[in-house]
Design a protein around this ligand. Structure first.
Ligand SMILES: NC(=O)c1ccc[n+]([C@@H]2O[C@H](COP(=O)([O-])OP(=O)(O)OC[C@H]3O[C@@H](n4cnc5c(N)ncnc54)[C@H](O)[C@@H]3O)[C@@H](O)[C@H]2O)c1
Length: 257
């Protein structure tokens, strides 16, 4: 696939991915590198990003590792400033950093509610704002992909806080897309069903629970990290210039039922 063409002549486009060290974030990072992007990999520390070292996809790419805690506004501002100083540009931002919480409504702790919202929603909001401020001030095109969830759209027991945060992220996608529609800034989302990343392997370690999740999926298969990365790649591609404000389910058919 041809890389995004927003970057200046002869320059490779740059994608910034949060939560890049593992799971879906790592798969997206490698896919976008394969598509021709230089990479800003952002995560809680630069040390954990050593999981990307030696990846064949990154061999001929510039890789900038950035520490960011998306719960902290100063950390977000510093990360964007450092990324722009190191790489000169950000063409695509993928808001992937996230946290799950399994808790019934009546058992949910105040602090856990805040933490999930701060990572999944507020962090994505203010990181998007910080990068968009740069795009708007310099009249640059931009592209944001938010990693939502099928729980943005469906109800499930023990998943309320996570689902509310991802529902908010889906609505944030539409709001920002419309606010920036004439500024050449696109905002879209991807809504995965359960993918067996290391964190979800732990959450679904109970075989019965895992089987129940699988049974809900019409295709009777969990999407793979590469399935999700493929959808991100599609939305990051300039061939989808007319696509904005939408959330693409990658859900083995779940939301079609
Ligand atoms: N795996 C699934 O089944 C699934 C399904 C739907 C949506 N999603 C969403 O996709 C994204 C990635 O999922 P995953 O399974 O790879 O998750 P994961 O838990 O394995 O990885 C989350 C990443 O976010 C980073 N992170 C956590 N808190 C952070 C913070 N405060 N600041 C910066 N980075 C932080 C982690 O270090 C990690 O790299 C998440 O947003 C998740 O909600 C996952």
């Amino acid at each position: 696939m041809a890389a995004a063409t927003k970057a200046g002549a002869g320059k490779r486009p740059v994608a910034m991915i949060t939560g890049a060290h593992v799971g879906l974030g790592k798969a997206m990072t490698l896919r976008l590198a394969r598509d021709g992007f230089d990479i800003i990999a952002a995560d809680l520390s630069t040390e954990i990003l050593s999981s990307l070292d030696g990846a064949a996809e990154l061999k001929d790419r510039k890789l900038c590792k950035i520490a960011v805690d998306v719960r902290n506004h100063d950390s977000i501002k510093k990360a964007v400033a450092t990324a722009l100083k190191e790489m000169g540009q950000i063409d695509v931002l993928v808001n992937n950093a996230g946290r799950q919480l399994r808790a019934f409504v009546v058992d949910t702790k105040w602090e856990d509610y805040d933490d999930v919202m701060n990572i999944n929603l507020k962090g994505a909001y203010f990181l998007s704002a910080e990068v968009a401020r740069h795009w708007l001030a310099n009249k640059l095109p931009g592209n944001i992909v938010n990693i939502c969830s099928t729980h943005s759209f469906t109800g499930v027991p023990e998943g309320s806080v996570y689902g509310i945060s991802k529902g908010g992220l889906a609505q944030m996608t539409r709001m920002m897309a419309i606010e920036w529609a004439t500024d050449n800034i696109r905002v879209n989302g991807v809504a995965p069903a359960t993918v067996l990343t290391p964190s979800r392997e732990i959450l679904l370690s109970d075989p019965q629970r895992r089987q129940k999740m699988l049974e809900r999926l019409p295709q009777k298969r969990f999407p793979t990290p590469e399935d999700i990365a493929g959808a991100v790649s599609y939305l990051a591609n300039p061939e989808t210039l007319a696509v904005t404000g939408h959330i693409l389910p990658v859900d083995a058919g779940l939301l079609a039922v």
